[in-house]
Design a protein around this ligand. Structure first.
Ligand SMILES: [Zn+2]
Length: 141
């Protein structure tokens, strides 16, 4: 299948996908916290690495990663045009994610990364269980 967008247009479209995508997945997680009375989090807390949510008392950070941008191996958004370009971009993001996670762990934090596709209705229960176990004191990474 050929791409309907030229390169510039594609960049513009993808940058919009990125900003709106992040926002909606973050909001979905926010709703999940509220619906399940999960408290103690702060959103967009300014700390190096910018986790989406932090639980300061627990020294716990949660990141919501867009499947496309962070290179999840799922069926979400794999453009065929400019494959090389996007692949490089994703690889940069993946290694940055890894560095950020390591930095948090070195400082005694625990880190949970949630994929965008794990916030779909069909997987939300499973994800909620993961979050609860992550936030419990027994969690060991
Ligand atoms: Zn995914």
């Amino acid at each position: 299948m050929s791409d309907v967008f030229d390169k510039d247009k594609r960049s513009e479209v993808m940058s919009r996908v990125r900003s709106s995508g992040n926002e909606s997945t973050e909001l979905r997680l926010l709703k999940l916290f509220k619906d399940n009375k999960i408290t103690g989090w702060r959103r967009n807390y300014t700390v190096d690495g910018k986790p989406d949510f932090v639980f300061l008392k627990l020294k716990a950070a949660i990141f919501v990663d867009g499947c496309f941008w962070h290179g999840h191996d799922c069926r979400n958004t794999r453009p065929e045009a400019n494959e090389e370009y996007w692949r490089k971009k994703r690889e940069r993001n993946i290694s940055r994610d890894r560095e950020v996670t390591e930095r948090f762990i070195k400082r005694g934090w625990k880190v949970l990364r949630i994929w965008e596709c794990e916030l779909k209705k069909s997987r939300i229960e499973e994800t909620l269980a993961r979050i609860k176990s992550f936030l419990s004191s027994e969690y060991s990474g």
